[in-house]
Design a protein. Sequence first.
Length: 190
Amino acid sequence: MEIEKGGTKVDRKWIYRVSGVVVVLVLFSGLQGWAQSRSGSNALVITHAFAVEKIMYGDILKVYIEAEDPQGEMVKIATVVDQAGYGRYPTSWVYLKPTDRKHFKGYLQWNTFSSKTPFVSEWTQITLTVSVSDRFGNESNALTFPITFETGVKRAASYPVPPPFNQKDVPRLGFINIDLIDLTIIRGDD
């Protein structure tokens, strides 16, 4: 089908073919170099982090984190949870305030009670990993915390918090939005 535009006939199929070729070239042209990691003194880095290792299901977990970027371009914190026997949950993102883009110290709050299950089985193990990204997609070092859900342990808030997080003015940076699933419900175990 031809379209007449300004006295010139344009073949619609030709436009689609050229557009398709352009899209294919862009996808396969090796644009992998966009998010290159920075190294040395210019790298964004998590300098300190802390989370308790044992928690009761439904408790509030605080994941403390301090990071810096000499360039002042940090924009978001990624939290990934891997559950033994289940796999990886979708990433939870917390976006930083403009005042936190060069340096921040605070905590991510995770209300571990899930709308998807009334409980998780005793000894459920997860691995929680945090990292920070800048506006170009560069990623910091990733820190991993093994966490086990157990009944009868102290509330997460009753554990002493190490320096530099043991001050009273440590702010909440945001919430971890991950809903756990209990494997016994999925498998139908009794």
